[in-house]
Design a protein around this ligand. Structure first.
Ligand code: BGC
Length: 257
C-alpha cells in the first residue's frame, strides 16, 4: 500500500490529501477546511474526522503534522494555535475521533522529511536546515538525511526578541515590512544559524518561498540557500511519509515515536 493520508494542521487551515509515498505526489485534490477558532482540541478533532472521511478509499494510518513540539504523538507546545494543546496526546485523541490510527509529527519536521526525500534537499548529504516561514518559523534539521526532531529554531532569540516574531511571514505582513526590510531580518537570522550550526544547505519554505526569485538574490549566507520545492504540500507529504513508517532517513525520530 503506497498511498497514505497526510494532514497538515495550520493556524488558518487544516488540509489533507492522499499521497503516493513513493513519489510524494498527491493522488487526488487536497481538502482544506478553515481551522476552527479558537483552535481547541474538540473542534480540531472533528475537522480531522471530516477530512479523513472525505477520502474513504485510503486506508491505513494517517499522518498528521502539527505546529508545535511533538514527542511520541503528544503535544508539548503550540505557540500559534492554543495553549490547551499542551500535554494532550493528540495521536490518541485524533485516532479516537477518526476511528483509525493517527500518528503525529511536528509540521516543519514533516516539511523537512518531504524536502529531503522528494524536494530541494533530495539526495543531499551533510547538514541540511529546512525553515518554514509562515505564521511562525518552523525548522527541520537533518544530517545525511537523518532528522533531529523538534529543533524549534524559530524560537531562538535575536536582539532580545524571539526570531519568529521578527522574521516570519506574518511578522512581515503585520509589521508592514517591505520585502527588502524583511530580507535583512532573514539575513541576520541566517547569520546566527550559521554561527550555531554551519549548515551546508538551507531550504526556505512556507508561502513566501514562492517569491524567492525576488528576495533570494539578496540573501547572504555561507551555506547554499534554495527555495523549497514542495511548497504548501510539504507538510502533508511529510506527514504521509511519517504514517507510512518511512524510517530510512530518520532513525532518531523512530526511537522516540
Ligand atoms: C512552533 C513550531 C512550528 C512552527 C511552524 C512555531 O511557532 O513552535 O513547532 O514548527 O511554528 O508552524
Amino acid at each position: 500500500m503506497n498511498t497514505h493520508l497526510g494532514i497538515d494542521i495550520g493556524g488558518s487551515g487544516i488540509k489533507g490529501a492522499p499521497i503516493d509515498v513513493l513519489s510524494g505526489v498527491l493522488t487526488t485534490d487536497r481538502r482544506r477546511i478553515p481551522t476552527p477558532q479558537p483552535a481547541l482540541v474538540e473542534p480540531v478533532s472533528r475537522t480531522l474526522r471530516e477530512i479523513v472521511g472525505s477520502f474513504p478509499a485510503v486506508n491505513g494510518p494517517v499522518g498528521c503534522a502539527f505546529p508545535g513540539i511533538v514527542i511520541a504523538d503528544r503535544i508539548y507546545s503550540a505557540a500559534n494555535l492554543d495553549a490547551g494543546w499542551i500535554g494532550v496526546d493528540a495521536g490518541a485523541r485524533f485516532s479516537e475521533a477518526c476511528g483509525r490510527p493517527v500518528v503525529m509529527i511536528n509540521d516543519a519536521d514533516a516539511a523537512g522529511l518531504a524536502e529531503a526525500r522528494f524536494g530541494a534537499a533530495a539526495g543531499r548529504s551533510g547538514v541540511v536546515l529546512v525553515l518554514t516561514l509562515g505564521t511562525g518559523i518552523g525548522s527541520a534539521l537533518l544530517n545525511d538525511g537523518r532528522l533531529v526532531p523538534n529543533t524549534e529554531l524559530g524560537h531562538l532569540e535575536l536582539g532580545g526578541e524571539v526570531i519568529e516574531k521578527r522574521a516570519s511571514n506574518r511578522a512581515r505582513k503585520t509589521q508592514g515590512l517591505s520585502l527588502d526590510e524583511w530580507t535583512e531580518r532573514l539575513n541576520q537570522y541566517l547569520a546566527h544559524l550559521d554561527r550555531l550550526l554551519s549548515p551546508d544547505l538551507v531550504v526556505i519554505g512556507g508561502g513566501i518561498s514562492k517569491r524567492f526569485k525576488k528576495f533570494g538574490p539578496r540573501l547572504r549566507s555561507r551555506a547554499e540557500v534554495v527555495p523549497a520545492a514542495l511548497r504548501n504540500n510539504a507538510g502533508m507529504v511529510g506527514a504521509a511519509l511519517w504514517a507510512a513508517g518511512s524510517r530510512i532517513a530518520q532513525p532518531t525520530a523512530e526511537k522516540r515515536r
